[in-house]
Design a protein around this ligand. Structure first.
Ligand SMILES: Nc1ncnc2c1ncn2[C@@H]1O[C@H](COP(=O)(O)OP(=O)(O)O)[C@@H](O)[C@H]1O
Ligand SMILES: [Mg+2]
Length: 307
């Protein structure tokens, strides 16, 4: 029986192969399902998400921001992980004002856009973000109008979402131009990652979604892990998931977290830093021209069609 449990078991056991996907009736071309036309200028919004927590989203987000900054891009990180927001923690800073503070008169974008260390600018979502759905239309409009100014500050906005398939996470995913799904080779991370793809698919999402396999021991493990998820998504969801790349398991990552200095700053020559620099490169060279909704589109969707 082709139920979800069977699919997940096959996924974990690696029994789904490329051949299994050939009869899915889909185009196999790499960019067919992801092609879209740029309709706006403005910042490119990329959500970094995962099925399971603790797989490396926040470290990837913060370090991608540093890597992209080194390449001359203006990047703003939005900490949208409502349960365990910790961009602050990784940077060794703290912020009193959060995105939700914007609802208050007199609080402007400059007050919540923190110029953090290592050139990382970020906005903390803060615990109040889970109440975004309860805001009145006027309150949404106020926040939207103030946040819209971010376009002037950033070429790229990286949104560190929470893990899983909760409404808040999916809202952020749906509002972004592109999605990066982070997984580790662990079966639980893969099956939870698949659950995100399934939820994303059921909402009719069209944004390109690309996979980063974190904490791999070698290239082969990275390929095997990516293929399991790519083939399963293709066969059962008819979704074209692309591999963006991998990050090697590296003790320097743990050391940098303990020091509260991002690995790109603490150990720029480490293997994990090199992997992240190369992921930043792929993101910048492969997709830069494909801005779709931009920051304004992200805000409009997230704050429910405010105009
Ligand atoms: N490439 C890596 N190599 C070794 N440890 C890693 C790596 N990536 C992440 N970690 C470990 O995983 C922990 C959780 O990472 P984090 O970015 O906070 O995950 P998430 O945001 O998905 O919850 C880090 O504190 C670090 O110890
Ligand atoms: Mg996190």
């Amino acid at each position: 029986m082709d139920d979800q449990a069977t699919r997940l078991r096959m996924l974990v056991e690696g029994k789904i192969t490329k051949e299994d996907t050939m009869d899915s009736g889909r185009l196999q071309g790499s960019s067919q399902s992801m092609a879209y036309q740029p309709v706006s200028q403005g910042a490119r919004v990329i959500a970094i998400t995962s099925g399971k927590g603790g797989v490396g989203k926040t470290n990837l987000t913060v370090n991608l921001a540093i890597a992209m900054g080194k390449k001359g891009k203006r990047v703003v990180v939005v900490d949208a992980d409502l349960g365990t927001a910790n961009v602050d923690v990784l940077l060794g800073t703290s912020s009193r004002q959060t995105m939700m503070s914007l609802v208050n008169e007199g609080v402007e974008l400059e007050d919540v856009l923190i110029r953090g260390p290592y050139g990382v600018s970020y906005i903390s979502g803060g615990s109040g973000m889970e109440h975004a759905g309860e805001l009145s239309t006027i309150q949404r409009q106020v926040i939207f109008n103030k946040l819209a100014g971010c376009d002037d500050w950033a070429d790229i906005i990286l949104v560190d979402t929470g893990a899983g398939v909760g409404k808040n996470v999916l809202d952020f995913i749906m509002a972004s131009d592109e999605v990066v799904l982070v997984t580790t080779p662990e079966p639980t991370s893969l099956t939870d990652g698949y659950a995100v793809l399934k939820a994303y698919c059921s909402l009719g999402a069209q944004q390109p979604i690309r996979l980063v396999v974190n904490r791999v021991f070698d290239l082969m493990e990275s390929h095997e892990t990516a293929n399991k998820l790519i083939c399963t998504a293709d066969k059962f969801l008819h979704m074209k998931l692309e591999s963006l790349g991998f990050i090697l398991d590296d003790n320097n990552m743990m050391r940098s977290v303990r020091k509260q200095v991002p690995i790109m700053a603490a150990y720029p020559d480490s293997l994990a830093s090199k992997c992240i620099a190369s992921l930043a490169d792929s993101l910048l060279t492969g997709r830069e021209q494909q801005v779709k909704m931009g920051w304004q589109g992200f805000l409009r969707k997230f704050f429910h069609n405010v105009r």
